[in-house]
Each structure stands twice: as C-alpha cells, then as structure tokens.
Design a protein around this ligand. Structure first.
Ligand code: ADE
Length: 228
C-alpha cells in the first residue's frame, strides 16, 4: 500500500519525514516530494504550503507522479464544535469549501460547479482506521465535515456562519482542495486536523501557542496508520 501524505506546513510533516527510510527527494513546482518507506507502507510526503491552490497543485502532482493508493492530509485546524477542544482530532467524514459561492447564479452555497457537489466524502475504511487508532491511543476525536477556505477563521461571526451553513466540525485551508482533486481522480482520501485554536476571537493567540503540539498529534496518527 502506498500512502500519499500532504501537510501545509513543515511542523505538520516533520515527525513523518523523520520516520521515513530509503528516502528519495524530488522537487516539482517548488514542492519537495519525499518518497520512501514509512513503517510497513510505501509513502510519499510533501509540504504543499498554505491554501487551496497549493494543496490542489500538490495533490494532483502527487497522484500523477507517485500514484498513491490513499491520500492523507494531516495538520491543524480551528474547532467549530464543543466536541473538539485544543489538541483533539477532527476526522473528515466529508469535506466542503466554505468559500465556494456561485449562489448569485442560483446555486447552493458551497456547490462546486461542474461536479455539482457540496460535500466530498472521505474514504470510509480510512476514517474507521483513524478512529480506531485514536481510541487505542486515547486521542479525543470527532468525525464530521471539515470546512476549508482561503481564510484563517478568527471571528465568532464567520465561525457561526460556517457552522450554520455547512455543519462543519473544524476549519482549515487545504482539506477540501485535496478532497476535490482526489474526488475527480477517484483516489480515496482522509483529512486529519488536530485542533490548534478556537476559530473565533481567541484564535490568533491560540494558534502560535498550540499549533506545534497539535500538529504532532495528527502526525502521530498518520504514523500509526503506517504501522508505526
Ligand atoms: N488552521 C488552523 N486554525 C485555523 C483557522 N482558525 N482557520 C483556518 N485555518 C486554520
């Protein structure tokens, strides 16, 4: 089994990169793809940069060049629910792009024209494995819709809007872009986001304080998925 692992920031990928063996690095479009072995799996790991465009570029390149069986997007996110506090893990049942909006033309908010879907479902078997790992490791987790957009969410108003419009459980800036590219390529995916912040007025203070530790929690689940 070959895992394609994508993180937006280096702090989200460091633990995984350090665990890889037989590594080979290749740079494409400014993104370094590190391929090799991760535990019992073949793997390729990339830090894509922040936001949906970098995430899409990275995911499509990874699929075409390395043909992963599964794509896993690991990292941190803001919480949209009381069920997830700092350090807990949001697991994607599905992903949505909260900043996709052609509603003036009569479409539902969030619908991606062309494929005409709002939510893109994550791979059920991967979601189940991730939840089982969290249970075994004692990581508090919750499964639901992860909402992505090219915005750092740091206001109560915006947070409430994403919750009321999409019933999101966590917000971040890449997952639904990874999900869309996987969806059109028919590659199964899962998005993991350990909570780094409140996604409201306190988010800008939370994020620098908690992101590094949260990133490690999410990466540790990826390692476990690879049998480490
Ligand atoms: N990543 C981590 N926290 C986030 C937030 N509040 N909004 C968007 N992306 C994030």
């Amino acid at each position: 089994m070959k895992l394609g692992i994508i993180a937006a920031m280096t702090i989200e990928a460091d633990l995984i990169k350090a665990a890889m063996t037989d590594v080979n690095a290749e740079e494409i479009s400014g993104i370094t793809f590190i391929s090799g072995k991760l535990g019992q799996c073949d793997a390729v790991v990339a830090v894509c940069g922040i936001g949906k465009v970098f995430a899409a570029l990275c995911t499509q390149t990874m699929i075409l060049r390395y043909a992963p069986d599964y794509v896993i997007n690991t990292g941190v996110g803001g919480t949209l629910t009381d069920k997830l506090g700092i350090g807990d893990l949001a697991v994607s049942a599905a992903v949505v792009q909260h900043d996709m909006d052609t509603s003036p033309l009569g479409d539902p908010v969030g619908m991606i024209s062309g494929i005409n879907v709002i939510e893109m479902p994550a791979d059920k078997s991967m979601v189940e494995k991730v939840c089982a790992i969290c249970e075994a490791k004692g990581i508090r987790h919750y499964c639901g819709t992860i909402a992505s957009g090219d915005q750092f969410i740091a206001s109560r108003e915006k947070k409430d809007w994403i919750v009321s419009t999409f019933a999101g459980i966590a917000c971040e800036m890449e997952g639904a872009s990874v999900g869309q590219v996987c969806y059109v390529n028919k590659v199964p995916f899962v998005i993991l986001r350990a909570i780094s912040d409140s996604a409201d007025g306190g988010a800008c203070e939370d994020f620098p304080t908690f992101a590094a530790n949260a990133a490690k929690t999410s990466a540790s689940v990826v390692l476990a998925l690879a049998g480490l």
